[in-house]
Design a protein around this ligand. Structure first.
Ligand SMILES: Nc1ncnc2c1ncn2[C@@H]1O[C@H](COP(=O)(O)OP(=O)(O)OP(=O)(O)O)[C@@H](O)[C@H]1O
Length: 298
């Protein structure tokens, strides 16, 4: 995958300075925003700006309103006040929902799900072009690239129900990527994922960050994701309690088991053998238009 300006573009550090984008227009902007259900306000008075290429963790206790804030951005709960702009458009006028790629916490697959990894990821293309478009060679290439980015190239034809929970989470990331989103929103990507697969997920997210992705990640697990985060926003009782920049992590890979950093950046533990090489920036074209500052593409 290209890092935004072609295959020859140098890979960015995993944690580029968010301040470098400080003057850019936010891709997500909330001013005194409220969200809720019916007329009941759950999230209140939120001011939050997320700029392109930032990776922001949304933290907080159970019930603090993290998911409601995300649902509000996705347009699936009520916007009850304040100004909310997504990709420069007021939320009510933001119709290109696929540009906010969503990776849900709950895995939607059951043991009886009969669909291959490729078929699931193809849904991302449908989200972009609708149900009735023909699958083109370009669609197939983008689907393959999305699967490759998450390190599941060897599993493309496998039934998704035969994959582990951590692998299925990566399928969902690929599905979101296949729609060529401008922003990725992930809800608890580490939930229920064992340590080895957490490493793989962090490696995948690191690739996205190095490619210039813009990420909003709801998480209870700041430690595991720490190497790829620029900011931590904490919610309490529906309000933002703190919003702090995180200094770059310059050491190697984070060991979620020991809480230490070790090895070269991107290095995976020896027992993680089920993926293709995740150590470098992605190559190809899928992410290039996604992460270039030029805005939405066809
Ligand atoms: N569909 C709904 N209808 C009414 N109230 C809801 C709905 N979903 C959530 N709530 C309420 O909104 C509040 C915040 O819930 P929310 O799911 O946003 O919290 P959260 O911070 O994401 O929690 P968790 O960490 O447990 O996922 C809770 O009091 C919850 O009961």
């Amino acid at each position: 995958m290209s890092a935004g300006t072609g295959d020859t573009a140098p890979a960015r550090a995993a944690q580029p300075s968010a301040a470098a984008n400080g003057d850019a227009q936010p891709v997500i902007s909330l001013r005194d925003a409220s969200f809720g259900y019916g007329d009941k306000r759950i999230v209140m008075g939120v001011d939050l700006q997320i700029r392109r290429t930032e990776t922001v963790a949304l933290l907080g206790a159970n019930g603090s309103g993290k998911s409601t804030l995300v649902r509000g951005l996705l347009g699936v709960c009520e916007h009850l006040g304040g100004q909310v702009d997504v990709l420069g458009r007021p939320l009510a006028k933001f119709s290109q929902r696929y540009l906010l790629g969503y990776v849900p916490q709950r895995l939607p697959f059951t043991p009886t799900t009969r669909a291959t990894v490729s078929e699931i990821v193809a849904v991302g293309r449908i989200a972009r072009h609708g149900l009735f478009g023909r699958t083109t060679a370009r669609d197939r290439r983008l689907i393959a690239e999305a699967i490759d980015i998450v390190g599941l190239g060897d599993f493309a034809r496998h039934d998704v129900s035969t994959l582990s929970g951590g692998q299925q989470r990566r399928v969902l990331i690929a599905r979101a990527l296949a729609a060529q989103p401008e922003v990725l929103v992930m809800d608890e990507p580490m939930a229920g994922v064992d340590i080895a697969n957490q490493h793989l997920l962090v490696a995948v997210i690191r690739r996205l960050v190095e490619g210039g992705a813009t990420l909003l990640v709801v998480t209870h697990d700041l430690a595991a994701l720490r190497p790829v985060l620029h900011r931590a926003v904490t919610m309490e009782a529906g309000r933002i309690a703190s919003d702090v920049p995180l200094p770059p992590v310059t050491a190697g890979a984070f060991d979620a088991l020991t809480g230490e950093f070790d090895g070269a950046p991107g290095e995976l533990p020896g027992h993680c053998h089920d993926v293709t090489d995740l150590s470098g920036p992605p190559t190809g074209s899928l992410l290039a238009p996604v992460y270039s500052p030029g805005g939405p593409r066809a």
